[in-house]
Design a protein around this ligand. Structure first.
Ligand code: FMN
Length: 400
C-alpha cells in the first residue's frame, strides 16, 4: 500500500516499485512533523512543549543556569512555551518559580533564550499571576484575587504545605496596575529574547479566578455577567498585545477544569464570549488545555477561533502516560482541526521527544515524580536522549 502525504510518499507493509524496501515498522508520516507558521516564526514541526513549572529558579525569581541547559536540551520542539513566570511580586504562586518584572530576571532569562536559540529552538514565555494561589511565605505579600475567597486547599511553601490564606479583594486601581504589570512583563520577555508570551488564563490562577463564578463575586464591571467576568482577561490580552504586538501573544485556557478549586458555573457561555472578544485581534494562538475532540465545546472553540489553535490532549492524569506519550491523541486533535499539539510530561522525560515520536522509539518514563516541582539536576536535566542511552548501553525503558 502506498500512502501519499504532502511531503513524501511512504510505503506501508511491503515493497513498491524499485525503491528501497520499507517494512511495517516504518512509521507512517504524520502531520505532527510538518512545518507550520506562527506569526513570524517558522516551526519545523507541530509539537509544542507545554509550559511546566519546575521550581528551579533562585528564590528571587532569577532563572538559574540549569534552566538554560534543560530548555536547550528540548530545542527540537516546534515551539517551547517556558514555564509559568510571575509578572509582579504579589502574583508569585510557589517557591522558586521564575519572575520577569525586573532587569535581573531579564538577564537571567536572556541566558536561557540564548541557549535555546543556539540549539536551534524557538521560545515563548508563559505569564502567570497566581491570584489566590499564593502565600505570604512565598511572595512576602498577602495574595490578591477578584474576591476574598480562599483556595480550598493547602499550598506549598518553603516550610512545607500550609493552609491557604484569605486573599485580599483587588480594587479597580489594582486591577489596572496588574494589567499594566502584564504588559511590562511582556516587554521584558521580548527584551530577554523570547519570541512572544502566553497569557495564562487556565488552571485556576488569577485570570481564571476572574472568569469563574465561584471565585468572582464582584458587583462592579469586572464581575457578575459573563461580559463582566471576561473583562479582565480581555484587558490583559489587549494590553500585552499593544505592548509587544498581537502576533507575539498567545492565550491559554482550560474550559471546565476544576483544578485549584475553580467552579466556572457557566463554562459553555464563558469561552465562546471570551473567544468572540479576542478573535480578529491577530493573536499568535489560542492554547486549550485537556482538549477533547469528542466534546462539542472543542469544535465550538475551533469554529470561533480563526487563528492558530494549540491543543493539549486529554491524557491520563496524574498518569501513567500512554506508551506513545500522546502522539495518537495529538494526531486525533490535528484531524479534528487543531494546528499544533502541546505535550507536557512526555517532553519533561524526553529531551529528544520529537525524534523519538518520529521514529516511534520507546520513551523514557517520567521518574522521580517527587522532583517535578523541586530540586536540581536530578529528574530535570538528566533524562537521556535515545542516542545517549544507546551509547551507554542502557536498556530501552518500558513505556511510561
Ligand atoms: C510538572 C508540571 C508542571 C506544570 N506547570 C504548568 C505551568 O507552569 N503552566 C501551565 O499552564 N500548565 C502547567 N502544567 C500543565 C501542562 O502544561 C500540561 O497541560 C499537562 O501536563 C498535560 O499535558 P501532558 O498530559 O502532555 O503532560 C504542568 C504540568 C506538569 C506535569
Amino acid at each position: 500500500m502506498t500512502k501519499h502525504t504532502d511531503n513524501e510518499t511512504v510505503v506501508i507493509g511491503g515493497t513498491a516499485g524499485t525503491g528501497p524496501a520499507t517494512t511495517t515498522d516504518t512509521p507512517v508520516t504524520s502531520r505532527l512533523f510538518e512545518p507550520a507558521d506562527l506569526g513570524d516564526l517558522r516551526l519545523p514541526n507541530r509539537l509544542v512543549m507545554a509550559p511546566m513549572t519546575r521550581n528551579r529558579a533562585a528564590a528571587d525569581g532569577v532563572p538559574r543556569p540549569i534552566m538554560a541547559t534543560y530548555y536547550a536540551q528540548r530545542a527540537s520542539a516546534g515551539l517551547i512555551i517556558a514555564e509559568a513566570t510571575t509578572p509582579n511580586a504579589v502574583g508569585q504562586t510557589y517557591p522558586d518559580i521564575p519572575a520577569i518584572y525586573d532587569q535581573a530576571h531579564v538577564a537571567g532569562w536572556r541566558h536561557v533564550t540564548d541557549a535555546v536559540r543556539a540549539a536551534g529552538g524557538r521560545m515563548f514565555l508563559q505569564l502567570q499571576h497566581g491570584g489566590r494561589v499564593g502565600h505570604p511565605d512565598n511572595s512576602g505579600l498577602t495574595p490578591v484575587a477578584p474576591s476574598p475567597v480562599p483556595l480550598p486547599d493547602t499550598i506549598f511553601t518553603p516550610g512545607g504545605h500550609q493552609p491557604s490564606v484569605v486573599p485580599r479583594e483587588m480594587t479597580v486601581d489594582e486591577i489596572r496596575s496588574t494589567v499594566a504589570d502584564f504588559a511590562a512583563a511582556a516587554r521584558n520577555a521580548v527584551e530577554a529574547g523570547f519570541a512572544g508570551v502566553e497569557v495564562h488564563a487556565a488552571n485556576g490562577y488569577l485570570i481564571h479566578q476572574f472568569l469563574a463564578r465561584g471565585t468572582n463575586h464582584r458587583t462592579d464591571a469586572y464581575g457578575g455577567s459573563v461580559a463582566g467576568r471576561i473583562r479582565f482577561a480581555v484587558e490583559v490580552v489587549q494590553a500585552v498585545a499593544d505592548a509587544i504586538g498581537p502576533e507575539r501573544v498567545g492565550l491559554r485556557i482550560a474550559p471546565g477544569l476544576t483544578v485549584n478549586g475553580i467552579d466556572e458555573g457557566d463554562t459553555e457561555r464563558i469561552y465562546p464570549a471570551l473567544i468572540g472578544a479576542l478573535a480578529g485581534k491577530g493573536l499568535a494562538y489560542l492554547h486549550v488545555v485537556f482538549a477533547d475532540p469528542d466534546q462539542p465545546l472543542f469544535h465550538e472553540i475551533r469554529k470561533g477561533w480563526q487563528g492558530t489553535l494549540i491543543a493539549n490532549p486529554m491524557l491520563p492524569w496524574p498518569g501513567p502516560l500512554p506508551a506513545d506519550g500522546g502522539k495518537h491523541a495529538g494526531e486525533r486533535l490535528l484531524a479534528a482541526g487543531a494546528d499544533l499539539i502541546s505535550l507536557g510530561r512526555a517532553f519533561l522525560a524526553n529531551p529528544d521527544l520529537v525524534e523519538r515520536l518520529r521514529i516511534d522509539a520507546p520513551l523514557n518514563p517520567v521518574r522521580d515524580r517527587h522532583l517535578m516541582y523541586v530540586g536540581g539536576e536530578t529528574g530535570y536535566t538528566d533524562y537521556p536522549t535515545l542516542a545517549a542511552a544507546r551509547q551507554a548501553g542502557t536498556p530501552e525503558p518500558a513505556a511510561a
